[in-house]
Design a protein around this ligand. Structure first.
Ligand SMILES: [Zn+2]
Length: 1017
């Protein structure tokens, strides 16, 4: 036979696009349209429905950026359409781009009940099927003129990301607004041809199946009367029935399609718009579930359900019904799909506590999977937290975005720092926006790395990022690949159905130990410093507010602020969303986050102050009580307790002029030499006299790099940024700023580019660290500012803190895997060490850092350079990212073992507080094992008055010790993160003799509930 394959394929493309698709709606009549533009922010639905409309015609412009326009469409179904399926087609002026990144609408009935959402791939509203003829049509559309922020040149700076700068010109032109007849046979023919055409393209050209499909398609095209597509569609379909009925091979890959819309809780739109995005998508999905009995939809992020409940209760009621029917699945069990690199230990735990509790309280359901398709890497502390929350599976797609290395597994056991393993799946479909296309399905089957050992993968299916969800077209395509020769087998399933089967099928899955590092988006550890510092500050204040409020409740009967803490936690957790905390959102989102953090800071300070005043005793006393919220004793004040301020000791701090310029600071524990350039050229601990700074090098060195990544400006820093660096050594001013027996400091001022920086280097009496406060007035663009510490340490690897412990990363770049980790995350400390000696850098301000090594030719010693990442200045999506004044706090701790690093890390984050008073405040709980760190002390969320204590082994070894309480308690229950008792063997904690005996594995996390009889507050 002659080979005419490409001819038939080209014919299919043209006939499908130019003749068959246009015949889906063969007849239409225009609707009359009126419009009202809300003056500023979105208005309540009732107000939008009631506002007077003015006429607007198809082709007219509407919608200045970020405005809301309410459209009303009216019409009448023609009598002659009786018996036909009739839909309204409402094209707000959509372009061909992705749903969720442009204008969107939510359709309401006249009584205000939401019908469904509108987006480019979903412009229809079913009016009648079949129509009686003569029906009056009246619908309202709440249309959001969301600008296309990521446009044609996706990373060009744009003013559209803030209302103040976005301009006032309309963005969209009203397009088709019609009533139309839907020809369901033609619609089905389109789906047949899509599925077969796409399948064909993936099949081997020398295989019989491809040719079977090709010939059937050819016969179908022959059967189409191009002058009467509607009249001939049924005959064309009949030609395809045979190839569509051929069953899949027994070895076919099996895909669990999960209906989904990955909705970013804020990103290229503000939080308030996400509230409406969720409503549009959920309205669409409940409507689709009602029409499609096989379809299953999963939505993550308890916060998004909470928004629905508060702002669109009618949609929430439908969601609740569909959840009860087991079709709409609350997935993931987290408050939001957060970042996992930067959230602190407690916050990461609370993501699960608040997410799971919401699903339990609202739906009686508990997710066993963690759903984080889009998060930028996964911290090595996460598996244990997942397990402690009662979950066991993790799904993400994001690691496939890594620039350099291809991850070796799609399904595997992921092992965290403490040895906990969770069953993890990376969908080989390689997208969280699967549209059930032949190319996507074949890609999943082809690239699935577990072939031969496992057969199942998952495909999150539906328009995501900006929402939209699954479409009826996707569902129709899925129906055709349920059991189709040459295609993977596709079934709609819940995530847990997939995971249960995948785990049972593949218990011997390979193991990956340590963090799941994303080799991309490394700049997100630094971008939008104010957002990151707001998060850090609020995390620290929440620890204090819980600790002191619980202490004041138990000790002084002060009411515990359950409601306030609940609300503040949820707000902090929301802002850990994977485009807010990472700094990848528009200006609007970050300026709003800064205001929110400021308000939370004030409120938390109020809660803390109230509790401390209740504890401090006589406020008129001339004395002060010092409170220590850190988990280690400090200057005689116990961890978690308070004590009258001791009289100032002898101190012993002093500053002296340094030969050759600069100063030498000394506090009896450390001697620090600052040279005439304001750089630290020597740091020696008195205890061992060893020099920390590498010979010939200078620490506290600010380095400025150009930083213009190839893509994803706020997200990415590309490796080549390091090729060029400017050392900021020119000094405007160098002077002793403070000199007393208790503290001594020097001030260094510099200017560079359009910016300036003032640093204060301080030694305090009794403190074994050099504190460095850095205030930068930052007016650079596309630059990266680092603070460098070249240290005389021969370190093969180094430790950095993550949730409930620390991990090690190599300092070398032997393989592409290590080389790719050129920017990494730490929490409170990074520590470089060789046997018996180390240096820690602790911080209350930054997360990003890098560590490099050099060997000095002169003495063959190793210089290991640790650099904290202070500021970037990307111009997309926020063109003004990080402009203005920033303050950073770091401290260098020489001769630090890992325990010193842990302790100083807490201390710099939790400075002592002083309150007028005379009381001695015993801590609620005390632990006598130095390795065991208390992470939270709070009252139980159930209002019982029980005291909940979360603690962990912090050094990476085994720990035994006793926890004692300064209040009466009965049982000490080992609990999960949700404060529910769990049985663990061997139990890490047993009560006896009035104390709790602890025995912990390396990095083991334990939640204890100390039951107080009759204590309900
Ligand atoms: Zn996302």
């Amino acid at each position: 036979m002659h080979d005419d394959r490409t001819l038939v394929e080209a014919r299919l493309r043209r006939v499908l696009e130019e003749r068959i698709r246009p015949a889906v709606y063969p007849e239409s009549v225009p609707l009359r349209v009126g419009m009202w533009m809300a003056p500023d922010e979105p208005v309540p639905v009732a107000e939008g429905l009631a506002a007077a409309r003015r006429p607007i015609a198809v082709g007219d412009a509407w919608g200045p950026p970020w405005t809301t326009c309410w459209f009303t469409v009216r019409g009448r179904v023609p009598e002659e359409w009786a018996g036909r399926t009739v839909e309204a087609l409402l094209d707000l002026g959509f372009d061909a781009g992705m749903p969720g990144f442009q204008c969107e609408g939510l359709v309401y009935r006249p009584d205000g009940t939401p019908v469904k959402g509108l987006h480019p791939d979903n412009q229809w509203v079913r009016i009648a099927g079949p129509a009686a003829g003569g029906e009056e049509v009246l619908l309202h559309v709440e249309a959001a003129a969301n600008p296309v922020v990521m446009g044609h040149h996706p990373f060009a700076p744009t003013p559209l990301g803030a209302k103040e700068t976005a301009g006032t010109g309309p963005l969209y032109r009203l397009n088709r607004m019609d009533l139309a007849v839907l020809d369901t046979t033609v619609w089905e023919l389109v789906r047949d041809l899509e599925v077969l055409g796409e399948l064909m393209a993936e099949l081997p050209a020398d295989g019989a199946r491809r040719w079977d499909v090709l010939r059937a398609v050819e016969r179908a095209l022959d059967a189409v009367d191009l002058q009467d597509v509607n009249g001939s569609a049924a005959a064309a379909r009949a030609e395809l029935a045979g190839v569509l009925a051929a069953p899949a091979a027994p070895s076919a890959h099996r895909i669990s399609a999960v209906g989904h819309a990955h909705i970013d809780s804020a990103w290229l739109w503000p939080l308030r718009e996400t509230v409406r995005k969720v409503a549009r998508t959920a309205a669409n999905m409940t409507a689709l579930l009602a029409e499609e009995p096989d379809f299953v939809y999963a939505m993550s992020q308890a916060q998004q359900y909470a928004w629905l409940k508060e702002h669109r209760p009618e949609v929430f009621a439908k969601v609740r019904e569909a959840v009860a029917a087991g079709r709409f699945v609350p997935a993931g069990g987290m408050w939001v799909e957060s970042d996992t690199n930067m959230p602190g230990s407690e916050a990461m735990a609370r993501q699960f506590v608040y997410g799971k509790r919401f699903f339990l309280e609202e739906f009686g359901l508990e997710s066993r999977e963690v759903w984080l398709p889009d998060t930028f890497g996964f911290a090595a502390g996460l598996p244990q937290i997942v397990r402690a929350a009662g979950a066991r599976w993790l799904l993400t797609q994001k690691i496939s975005w890594s620039q350099v290395n291809t991850f070796p597994h799609h399904t595997f056991w992921w092992e965290g720092i403490d040895g906990t393993r969770i069953f993890t799946h990376f969908p080989p479909v390689d997208t969280y926006n699967c549209a059930i296309r032949g190319r996507e399905l074949a890609h999943a089957a082809r690239t699935f790395r577990e072939k031969g050992a496992a057969r199942h993968s998952l495909a999150p299916s539906g328009w995501g990022d900006g929402g939209g969800g699954t479409t009826r077209e996707m569902v129709a395509r899925a129906a055709r690949v349920r059991d189709l020769e040459g295609s993977p087998v596709v079934r709609w399933e819940k995530p847990e159905e997939f995971f249960a089967r995948a785990e049972a099928e593949y218990p011997q899955a390979p193991v990956w130990v340590g963090e799941l590092y994303l080799e991309l988006h490394r700049g997100t550890l630094t971008s939008q410093a104010r957002t990151k510092q707001g998060n850090r500050r609020c995390e620290n204040l929440l620890r204090e507010a819980e600790l002191w409020s619980a202490t004041a409740a138990v000790r002084a009967g002060l009411p515990y602020p359950y409601e306030e803490l609940d609300r503040i936690w949820k707000t902090v957790l929301l802002h850990q969303f994977h485009d807010i905390l990472p700094g990848s959102s528009i200006a609007w989102v970050h300026r709003e986050a800064e205001r929110t953090y400021a308000a939370l800071t004030e409120e938390l300070a109020g809660l803390i102050g109230r509790a401390l005043r209740a504890l401090a005793g006589d406020a008129s006393a001339a004395t002060e009580v010092v409170f220590n919220a850190a988990p280690h004793e400090r200057a005689g004040v116990p961890a978690g307790g308070g004590a009258p301020a001791p009289a100032a000791g002898p101190g012993g701090c002093r500053a002296a002029a340094r030969e050759g310029g600069g100063y030498v600071l000394d506090n009896g524990l450390l001697a620090v030499a600052v040279d005439g350039r304001g750089l630290v050229v020597s740091v020696r601990a008195a205890a061992d006299g060893r020099e920390a700074v590498a010979p010939g090098a200078a620490a506290n060195l600010l380095q400025l790099h150009p930083d213009f990544p190839n893509m994803w400006d706020a997200w990415d820093v590309d490796r080549f940024y390091r090729s060029t660096a400017t050392d900021l050594t020119a000094v405007d001013e160098l002077a002793v700023a403070e000199e007393s027996a208790q503290a001594v400091s020097v001030r260094v001022a510099r200017s560079f580019g359009a910016s300036s920086v003032v640093q204060t280097l301080t030694l305090t009496a009794g403190s074994p660290r050099l504190d460095i406060a850095t205030e930068v007035d930052w007016h650079e663009t596309e630059k990266f500012l680092k603070l460098a510490f070249p240290l005389d340490v021969h370190a093969e690897r180094y430790a950095s803190e993550t949730q409930f412990g620390h991990l090690h990363r190599p300092t070398h770049t032997n393989t592409s895997w290590e080389a790719a980790k050129f920017e990494a995350c730490n929490h409170r400390f990074v520590r470089l060490s060789e046997p018996g000696w180390g240096v820690a850098l602790v911080t209350a301000s930054t997360y990003g850092h890098d560590v490099t090594r050099d060997v000095r030719p002169a003495d063959r010693g190793t210089t290991t350079t640790l650099r904290a990442s202070l500021l970037r200045a990307p111009r997309f999506p926020d063109p003004e990212t990080d402009q203005g004044v920033h303050t950073f706090r770091h401290a260098l701790v020489p001769a630090a073992d890992i325990g010193d690093a842990v302790r100083e890390g807490y201390r710099i984050n939790l400075p002592e507080r002083r309150v007028p008073g005379d009381a001695v405040v015993a801590p609620l709980v005390a632990v006598d094992a130095p390795a065991v760190v208390v992470s939270a002390v709070k009252l139980a969320d159930d209002g019982s008055g029980d005291v909940v204590v979360r603690l962990y082994e912090s050094l990476g070894g085994r720990a035994e010790g006793r926890l004692s309480a300064s209040f009466a308690f009965g049982e000490a229950l080992v609990c999960d993160l949700l404060e529910r008792p769990v049985a663990e063997e061997p139990s890490p904690a047993r009560a006896g003799d009035g104390v709790v005996h602890l025995r912990l594995r390396p990095f083991q996390l334990v939640t204890l509930r100390l039951v107080r009889a009759g204590a309900a507050a």
